[in-house]
Ligand binder design. Sequence first.
Ligand SMILES: [Zn+2]
Length: 99
Amino acid sequence: MKTLKSVDPLKSIPCNECPAGNMHVRHITYFTWLGEELVTVPNFPAWVCDMCGKREYDQSAISWLSMLLNPEAGHPTRRVKRTRQPEPRKRNVPPPMLD
Ligand SMILES: [Zn+2]
């Protein structure tokens, strides 16, 4: 399993929403819909402004995630082929003796 690239927690970037804020890396829970399933990703790196609270997700983490969620992207996943086990045959019960 791949792990997220760690983001330098001390790094901050100026906020593009407000003039005074700085965005810092926070680890939040990221929510996304995959088809009809809600996927939650804990400890997802995001940039959060300390003034206005604007959130921006880390781009490399987003692309990592979309690769992970999209089965057609990236490398083929190794899947264990599941062969269906045939149902265990019931023992042939001899038919009841009829008098
Ligand atoms: Zn801001």
